[in-house]
Design a binder for this molecule. Structure first.
Ligand code: ATP
Ligand code: MG
Length: 429
């Protein structure tokens, strides 16, 4: 009989709490304690176990159910009847007058979380609720021996196809494997994301479920919805149907960020530009924003625009600029001109390496794992170091704007660059 109460611990749209008591005294003790927990005192019903079985046979079960067995002639049998009507995931606390350790054991064996012998004190009741809540929220990943504060890094490609997702996957993998942090890769390209695909995983329905039902998101939801890539890396990604817009108020994304922050030591968010535009607050808590570009004119223009946007919208975040797919021999814009235009240095430069990129895709493994070449692994490791260092520093140092220059100034320098023909621009290197 364990299964009906323990098969799942989903705490979705159900009431957080309901009680069925047999006497007014117990009801009076329960009501204020319910209020302390933010639950409605009206959820304390009369009628004991019998009423609980009747009510729950036609209504959704609460997350925590308090049931009084005092009027039950055969508590064990009646509890089994309750299990028949109770949805999986409900944590049941029973109370009764029978002081019999065998009954207690049998009740616990049948899936009851706790049995309170009447009369019990308010503090005993509070303890029972606290234990029930711990059961519901489940063991957080962070509490499984992981104690480093979360580092949250968002990765934005200034243009499509610059390799932002490739870098996000590699960074998340390195954060787990090399930095030893339990890491979540949150792929917010909900229709076309490659976070799961790149790791040879099925994305599952976790992210789409979260977007459709933000109220379901809690620590437990995260635990169930995230797809595990290895001991240290979990992924939340989607292939949402392309006839479904998925444009919402964004609350699901904020809640996901929040829960992931509590459950993991690293968050890597693959953040498409469009999501950044729709949900600017997604960057409010990011410690690090990694801006990925290529050395192209369009990349330069949009790097300027996005860096400027970040100053206004995510001033707390440390910005790391990554140039990817860099081919020294063929580039529209030289590194020097790019840096001049964006008014800051490129922090990390990744060469174009089609062979390794293709191999990583075929193997369903991160570029950082597949590469044998220091030309790729060295800058990727450098990106990891910068991210973790900046992330850790950021928690001590909240307000630190990035390198100066007004938007107009930046546009001015972009204009001075685009005034040149591409050849001239690269020749100026
Ligand atoms: N350093 C690199 N050298 C060669 N190819 C690369 C490199 N980095 C990424 N790629 C390849 O570039 C392509 C685009 O990469 P990716 O999907 O990561 O880009 P993106 O910026 O996330 O694109 P989108 O705008 O679609 O989200 C992929 O085929 C990837 O394998
Ligand atoms: Mg992408």
């Amino acid at each position: 009989m364990n299964a009906p109460f323990h098969a799942s611990r989903a705490g979705s749209l159900r009431d957080p709490f309901q009680a069925f008591v047999t006497d007014e005294e117990t009801a009076e003790m329960l009501r204020p304690i319910a209020v302390e927990h933010g639950w409605s005192p009206e959820k304390v019903n009369k009628g004991g176990l019998r009423n609980a079985v009747q009510t729950l046979s036609v209504a959704a079960s609460p997350s925590i159910l308090f049931v009084d067995l005092s009027e039950s002639g055969d508590p064990l049998n009646d509890i089994n009847a309750l299990a028949e009507v109770c949805e999986p995931g409900t944590v049941v606390i029973a109370a009764g007058q029978v002081n019999d350790v065998r009954l207690y054991r049998d009740l616990v064996a049948s899936g009851i979380q706790d049995y309170l012998l009447k009369p019990f004190s308010p503090d005993q009741l509070r303890d029972a609720f606290a234990n029930a809540q711990m059961t519901i929220s489940g063991p957080r990943l962070v509490e499984n021996g992981n104690e480093k504060p979360n580092v949250m890094a968002a990765i934005i490609g200034v243009r499509g196809g610059v390799g932002a997702s490739t870098i996000a996957t590699s960074l998340a993998w390195l954060m787990g494997d090399k930095a030893g942090r339990s890491t979540a890769l949150l792929d917010l390209d909900v229709h076309f994301g490659t976070g799961a695909l790149a790791l040879d995983l099925e994305p599952g329905r976790g992210l789409t479920d979260a977007i459709e039902n933000p109220s379901r998101i809690d620590g437990l939801f995260i635990e169930r919805a995230m797809v595990r890539a290895n001991d240290k890396l979990c992924v939340l990604s989607a292939e949402a149907p392309i006839n479904q817009s998925m444009l919402t108020d964004g609350s699901a994304f904020y809640q996901l960020q929040e829960e992931i922050r509590h459950a993991f030591e690293g968050t890597v968010i693959d953040l498409p530009r469009s999501m950044m535009v729709h949900y600017p607050h997604l960057l409010n808590d990011a410690h690090v924003v990694i801006v990925v570009s290529e050395f192209t004119l369009a990349g330069t223009r949009d790097a300027i625009r996005i860096l400027s946007w970040l100053k206004a919208n995510a001033p707390q975040a440390r910005v790391i600029v990554v140039a990817n797919r860099v081919q020294a021999a063929v580039q529209e814009v030289s590194r020097k001109d790019f840096e001049h235009s964006i008014e800051r240095k490129v922090d990390v430069c990744l060469p174009f390496d089609a062979k390794t990129a293709a191999q990583a895709a075929k193997l369903g493994q991160p570029l950082a794992k597949v590469t044998k070449s220091a030309k790729l692994s060295q800058p990727l490791n450098q990106l990891l170091t910068l991210t973790v260092e900046h992330g850790a520093a950021e928690s001590d140092d909240k307000a630190k704007p990035t390198a100066g220059g007004s938007l107009l100034g930046k546009l001015g320098s972009f204009k001075s660059l685009v005034g040149k023909k591409p050849k001239e621009a690269s020749a100026a290197a």
